[in-house]
Design a binder for this molecule. Structure first.
Ligand code: NAG
Ligand code: NAG
Ligand code: NAG
Ligand code: NAG
Ligand code: NAG
Length: 811
């Protein structure tokens, strides 16, 4: 019990919902899969509501009555590939809904029947029954549609019990067949009969009986030695009452002559569609088309797939012509390693020919072939090379569909192409076509596949393909979209995986009809040129196939890997006109702002002030101690007119000393008498001061400046270091007011080498700072002078003019 419980855990349970086929509401399916778990018994505690139970590939050998009691909803029970030896269908008595029961591939020897009314599908094939296990109750299961059976002996009486059942499919999966009573199969009433034969069985009788039984007959494993030696061939080749119209043979391994006899046999029956898959020919080729009676047939389609030859020396002509002379509607010989194909010299009725996956070469078309009714030709996966040769062949047909994919086709410009007017679809994918292929295309082509070729451009001088609706140019080497000048009605274009960096928008103007466009997986260069293309996607609702996953930038490198939809290229960076306008606007705004500042805040004054200040700082830094050596004792000498003395005393001096607090100043107040020259002391003062300040006002110019002009004229000081002098313009002095005899002053004024006393109090801070910076110097050697007391010495000789030494920290 414990063991079983642990197994239960591993049985996977899947719930799925199917919408009911009828009007019933949807039904839920609960699948319990216990497949391939080495189970010896049916687990006890499986979900009782299970509807599908899979117990295949286990080791079950016996079923108990109680095993499936609880599954009242069970519909599908799969018990194949176990070791069950006995089956009592009454076991499923309580599974009223059971409709599918698969007990194939077990070791059943006997079945105890019970009429399960609901059962539709019952598979007892590939078991060890001695005889086919049918009985009266089997015949009572009137819903049965698909019945799988097996048995070493097959007798008429077995089938008679189920003869009245109207079955859809009878499947005979036989492990061995020791005896078959002729005429047994035709007793069954079924639409389809599929027989899987054991190896090396005498299939002949079963084939004949099978064809009398059902409309569709499929026989798997037809092999062994020649079956026909023991028969008087000619008589047995005639079959009356044949019902089969579709005959399918799988896994056939026969001598060529036997196969030919089967064809001959089938030829005169009711079969219209004959398909052989996985066929191997062996033996010698004695019989060929010459011994084949082509008359009197209803055959329309023959299909041979996956054909192998075990013959070393195939007389190709005889083999190929057997088929091409059949003159039916449809013929397929694919996966056959055929190097060639031959046709009768007279016209044949073929409408559909499929020679896919062979090794056909251009030689096929070198002889003239007459296929006037041909509608479809499939030559996929061969070794054809010359497109014009195919076209010349096609020119004599009424071909509509042509599949030439996976060949080695090319077109040279000087070759003529003669496609039929009827050709509407052509598949040239996976060939070696270059641009020139566009000069060899059918005029009325509607669907053209040129996927995976070597096309670089669509030439301009080609014929107009006015009917072309679908064009596939994926996996080529195109660098741009082709445009629709030659394909006016194009509606589907695939140009995936080419070398398109930025698709040109001309395409969208010329290709108005395009509904579906695939430009994915190209190496897009995500620059401004691509902007319109990205925009276009937004308006073209769903036109671009694969958007947005397949549309990825390759260049520039910083955008590599970004999806096009995520690339943002702002209007301004892409539109030159807009860029220029923006720059101009910005300049205008800046200009206006600057002008406004100049007018409103006297910006130039500030600028000039700042300029002077920085210059001063620069100079001060450069002033070496050497320069100071010239016996300097004062920071500054100040000369002014008596009219301005109030300003000097209450504004200038307090502000000059504001920062360091210790500034030695030599003051000279001029008097109103212009006749008096400056004294010895004054000159002394000038020479011992680091800087000289002249407070300029009209009055000062009138009365005082003459002394200095003279003085400067005599001493070259002014030339040597003009920055030694600081002019403070207290009131504006128009240039014309300066007398011509003062050239020095004039020069200074013209150079604007003065500090202008601002009327606006807000500007004074900067003015003073500037001034302080100009006179700032470290007067080391003047230290001893600090003992000087403040004094005012009235110079008697020059009355009205005063020279004062001021130590500002003591003021
Ligand atoms: C059963 O399981 C074994 C190992 O788990 C695996 O090799 C085998 O292919 C499985 N058989 C089937 C039929 O699933
Ligand atoms: C078959 O079913 C019918 C009625 O459904 C019944 O009368 C008959 O006995 C059944 N036959 C057998 C062999 O069970
Ligand atoms: C075979 O079954 C079909 C229905 O599937 C029926 O029409 C036909 O009459 C049956 N044939 C015989 C011989 O019972
Ligand atoms: C021949 O093949 C074509 C294309 O597969 C098909 O449409 C047509 O029905 C076939 N004709 C016959 C007689 O089988
Ligand atoms: C052309 O042939 C290729 C390969 O054989 C196939 O994948 C493709 O679908 C075909 N194209 C058309 C339009 O049928």
């Amino acid at each position: 019990m414990k063991h079983i419980r642990s197994i239960y855990v591993f049985c996977s349970i899947v719930t799925s919902v199917h919408s009911g086929v009828s009007n019933l509401p949807e039904e839920t399916e609960l699948t319990t899969s216990c497949s391939n778990m080495s189970l010896r018994k049916v687990p006890k505690d499986l979900t009782p509501t299970t509807t599908i139970l899979d117990l295949s590939y286990n080791l079950l050998f016996q079923l108990q009555r109680s095993d499936f009691h609880s599954f009242s909803k069970l519909k599908v029970l799969i018990l194949c590939h176990n070791r069950i030896q006995e089956l009592d269908i009454k076991t499923f008595e309580f599974n009223k809904e059971l409709r599918y029961l698969d007990v194939s591939y077990n070791r059943l020897k006997s079945v105890t029947w019970f009429s399960l009314a609901s059962l539709k599908h019952l598979d007892l094939s590939f078991n060890d029954f001695d005889t086919v296990p049918t009985c009266e109750e089997t015949g009572n299961m009137s819903h049965l549609e698909i019945l799988g059976l097996s048995g070493a002996k097959i007798e008429k009486s077995d089938f008679q019990k189920i003869a009245h059942l109207h079955l859809n499919t009878v499947f005979l999966g036989l492990r061995t067949l020791s005896h078959y009573e002729e005429g047994s199969l035709p007793i069954l009433n079924t639409t389809k009969l599929h027989i899987v034969l054991p190896m090396n069985t005498n299939f002949w009788v079963l084939l004949r009986d099978g064809m009398k039984t059902s409309k569709i007959l499929q026989i798997t494993n037809i092999d062994g030695k020649s079956q026909f030696a023991s028969y008087e061939t000619q008589q047995n080749l005639i079959l009356e009452n044949a019902k089969t119209s579709i005959l399918l043979l799988n896994k056939v391994d026969l001598p060529w002559d036997d196969l030919l006899l089967i064809f001959q046999f089938v030829w005169h029956t009711s079969v219209e569609y004959f398909q052989i898959q996985d066929v191997t020919f062996g033996g010698k080729v004695y019989l060929d088309h010459n011994s084949f009676d082509y008359s009197n047939t209803v055959m329309r389609t023959i299909k041979l797939e996956n054909v192998h030859f075990r013959i070393f020396n195939i007389p190709q002509e005889r083999v190929y012509l057997l088929f091409t002379k059949m003159d039916i509607e449809n013929l397929t010989i694919s996966d056959a390693q055929m190097p060639h194909m031959l046709f009768p010299i007279y016209p044949t009725r073929f409408q559909y020919l499929n020679f896919a996956n062979n090794i056909l070469t251009d030689d096929v078309f070198k002889k003239s072939i007459q296929l006037p009714h041909l509608k479809t030709l499939i030559l996929k996966d061969n070794k054809l090379e010359t497109l014009s040769l195919v076209s010349c062949f096609a020119g004599n047909t009424s071909l509509r569909h042509l599949d030439l994919s996976k060949n080695l086709l090319q077109h040279e410009n000087d070759e003529n192409c003669l496609w039929p007017e009827t050709l509407v679809t052509m598949n040239l994918s996976s060939n070696k076509c270059t641009d020139s292929v566009f000069r060899c295309l059918p005029r009325n082509i509607q669907i053209l596949d040129l996927n995976n070729n070597e096309i670089q451009t669509v030439p301009k001088d080609i014929i107009h393909l006015t009917s072309l609706r679908e064009l596939n140019l994926a996996f080529n080497f195109l660098t741009d979209l082709p445009g629709c000048s030659h394909f006016g009605r194009l509606s589907v274009l695939n140009i995936e995986m080419n070398l398109i960096l930025s698709p040109s928008l001309d395409f969208f103007q010329s290709c108005q009809e395009v509904k579906t466009l695939n430009v994915g997986r190209n190496p897009f260069r995500c620059t401004c040129e691509l902007r319109d293309f990205i925009q276009l996607e937004k308006y073209s609702e769903g036109m671009m196939v694969g958007w947005s996953d397949s549309y990825i930038c390759e260049y520039p490198l910083n955008l590599k890997g970004t999806q096009l939809k995520d690339v943002h290229l702002p209007e301004i960076s892409c539109n030159t006109a807009l860029l220029i306008v923006t720059i101009v606007v910005i300049m205008l705004v800046l200009g206006t702002a600057v002008t406004f500042c100049c007018l409103h805040f006297d910006l130039p004054w500030y600028l000039r002030m700042l300029g002077q200040w920085t210059q001063t700082w620069h100079r001060v830094r450069k002033t070496t101690q050497e320069q100071l050596k010239r016996n300097i004792q004062f920071h500054v000498f100040i000369s002014y007119s008596e009219h301005d003395s109030a300003w000097v005393k209450y504004e200038l001096i307090p502000n000059v000393e504001k920062e360091d607090g210790s500034v030695l100043i030599c003051l000279h107040e001029g008097n109103s008498d212009p006749g008096k020259s400056i004294t010895e002391d004054t000159i002394n003062c000038i020479e011992k001061s680091y800087k000289s300040i002249f407070v300029l006002s009209p009055n000062f110019v009138q009365t005082e400046w003459c002394h200095y002009e003279l003085y400067f004229a005599h001493h070259n000081l002014f030339h040597e270091s003009p920055d030694y002098i600081i002019l403070i313009l207290l009131e504006p002095i128009p240039l014309y007011c300066i007398p011509t005899r003062y050239p020095k002053l004039k020069t200074l004024m013209e150079k604007k080498a003065y500090l202008e006393w601002p009327k606006d109090r807000r500007k004074c801070g900067l003015f003073w700072a500037n001034l302080r910076a100009a006179i700032h110097v470290n007067l080391l050697e003047t230290r001893e002078m600090c003992e000087l007391q403040t004094f005012t010495e009235l110079n008697e000789e020059s009355r009205g003019s005063a020279i004062s030494l001021v130590r500002t920290d003591c003021l």
